[in-house]
Write a protein that binds this ligand. Structure first.
Ligand code: NAD
Ligand code: UGA
Length: 459
């Protein structure tokens, strides 16, 4: 099918950057991103591209170049679906918070709503592309909804999972390791392959059946997260044996069979997807009674929770077993550097634990604002909004946040943290001045020389 109009439902961290790059590389195709969230669409349409709802290096430039030419952001969902030959579903698929599968299975209500919406308004043939991360065999449900409309419209369903990582989304999209397209109809597969073919070499565009494509996405995230839990497990052993986890990671990473990536020990992985996708994988395995498989992958999450807890326990015990009334400065709130996304950030859980011990939390993050920090803590429902407001203060300045602090906890690996005047920070803190480096980004020797009591992960 010749594609001249694309609709993407969902203007989020995936829909926004992915469609911006597709539009940039396919100037002959009109790409419209639609969303039910009018505020988000308004932010995407903000004249000042520094105020887009998502921060990703390089994204503002691409939006500026394409917006209003062949990239559009709109709340007119029905009209855009009707006018497009290809529709991407790129909506959120969070873990269910109710009913069967609560806390484990993916909540597919948003995806189903999209399928029903498409079924209702389509009057011409459509290629429907699953861009959201979905449990294996979801395409079956979408197909069933679309094929039972009673109309003569022909729908082809493709799975095209997204592998971009936040903070490097634009770079990942411009030169992906691979693009994966799962489907039945060769014509539909080739229509999508041609769009990516504008910039991705053909040998990097994999064609598979729908189920392999859906399952490959969950598997890729599970393998990546598993590496982090593996190195984090070793980090705890290092702390008891005087081995250094950075040295161990380097030594094993130079084995070409293991490779060096995703071996940074940390406070634990965060982000909207690793935990949700593994929980979903575990749920699917259990639903087939594959309990050994489910237990195996569940351990990745158990270890990650342990790592977050271990970090705050260590902080409390080092501060003479109490943080009550003490100012703990948190540098970083985002789940990783170069993003304003805080979903499932380890910082939220560490802060919550310290707040239970009556600490006064002070936060600074270069891209996350105070409203977000408050909302993240309120979402946990551990305390009232007033209590959180009372105990958690937000600062716009890294030197102010650390003034009179008993300890600094580094939660995100922002590059700017390495460039601070640590002597100045030391002088204005309470003594002894503690640093808990949850990202291993500072130099232990230098910090100790200044006078800090410095501890990091796995050293
Ligand atoms: P997001 O929450 O940032 O964006 C989803 C958007 O969909 C929201 O703006 C929401 O308002 C909109 N939406 C929901 N239901 C809608 C409907 N019925 N009609 C119109 N709009 C609707 O989510 P995200 O981070 O972009 O993730 C989307 C999917 O992509 C998820 O399945 C996720 O697992 C997957 N994924 C995410 C990443 C990532 O880095 N964030 C990477 C790869 C894959
Ligand atoms: C991850 C995957 O890397 C993407 O391929 C995938 O598309 C995406 O999930 C998704 O499906 O949402 P993302 O979560 O954006 O991307 O970022 P990552 O770079 O994978 O980092 C995830 C978390 O792991 C972060 O908290 C990061 O700090 C942590 N991490 C990463 C470590 O603790 N150690 C490492 O060595 C690497």
């Amino acid at each position: 099918m010749k594609i001249t109009n694309i609709c993407c439902i969902g203007a989020g961290y995936v829909g926004g950057p992915t469609m911006a790059v597709i539009a940039k590389k396919n100037p002959h195709i009109k790409v419209t991103i639609v969303d039910i969230n009018a505020e988000r669409i308004a932010a995407w349409n903000n004249k000042d591209v520094s105020k887009l709802p998502i921060y990703e290096p390089g994204l503002a430039e691409i939006v500026e170049e394409t917006r209003g030419k062949n990239l559009f952001f709109s709340t007119e969902i029905d009209k855009t679906i009707a006018a497009s030959e290809m529709i991407f579903i790129s909506v959120n698929t969070p873990t269910k918070t109710y009913g069967k599968g609560k806390g484990m299975a993916a909540d597919l209500k948003y995806v189903e709503l999209c399928a029903r919406n498409i079924a209702e308004v389509a009057t011409t043939d459509k290629i429907v592309v699953e861009k959201s991360t979905l449990p294996v065999r979801t395409a079956q449900a979408i197909k069933s909804i679309l094929h039972n409309t009673g109309s003569n419209v022909k729908f082809d369903i493709l799975s095209n999972p997204e592998f971009l990582a936040e903070g490097t989304a634009v770079q990942d999209l411009l030169s992906p390791d691979r693009v994966l397209i799962g489907g039945e109809s060769e014509d539909a597969i080739e229509s999508l392959a041609a769009i990516y073919g504008s910039w991705v070499p053909q040998d990097r565009i994999l064609r598979t059946n729908v189920w392999s494509s859906e399952l490959s996405k969950l598997t890729a995230n599970a393998f990546l997260a598993q590496r982090i839990s593996s190195i984090n497990a070793i980090s705890e052993l290092c702390e008891h044996t005087e081995a250094n986890v950075n040295e161990v990671a380097k030594a094993i990473g130079m084995d070409s069979r293991i490779g060096p990536k995703f071996l940074n020990a940390s406070i634990g992985f965060g982000g909207s997807c690793f935990q949700k996708d593994i929980l979903n994988l575990v749920y699917i395995a259990r639903s087939y009674n594959l309990n050994a498989v489910a237990d195996y992958w569940e351990q990745v999450i158990i270890l990650n929770d342990h790592q977050k807890r271990r970090f705050s326990d260590n902080l409390i015990s080092t501060l003479y077993n109490t943080v009550s009334g003490k100012k703990i400065a948190m540098l970083g709130w985002a789940f990783k550097k170069d993003t304003n996304d805080t979903r499932e950030s380890a910082a939220i859980y560490v802060a919550d634990h310290l707040l239970n011990e009556q600490a006064n939390i002070a936060v600074y993050d270069p891209k996350v604002n105070s409203e977000k920090v408050q909302a993240d803590l309120n979402y946990l429902n551990t305390r009232s909004d007033e209590e959180n407001k009372d105990l958690v203060k937000y600062y716009d300045d890294p030197y102010e946040v650390s003034k009179d602090a008993h300890a600094i906890a580094i939660m995100t690996e922002w590059d700017e943290f390495k460039t601070y005047d640590w002597q100045r920070i030391y002088e204005q803190m309470k003594k002894p001045a503690f640093i808990f480096d949850g990202r291993n980004i500072l130099n232990k020797k230098e910090m100790t020389k200044i006078g800090f009591e410095y501890s990091s992960i796995g050293q």
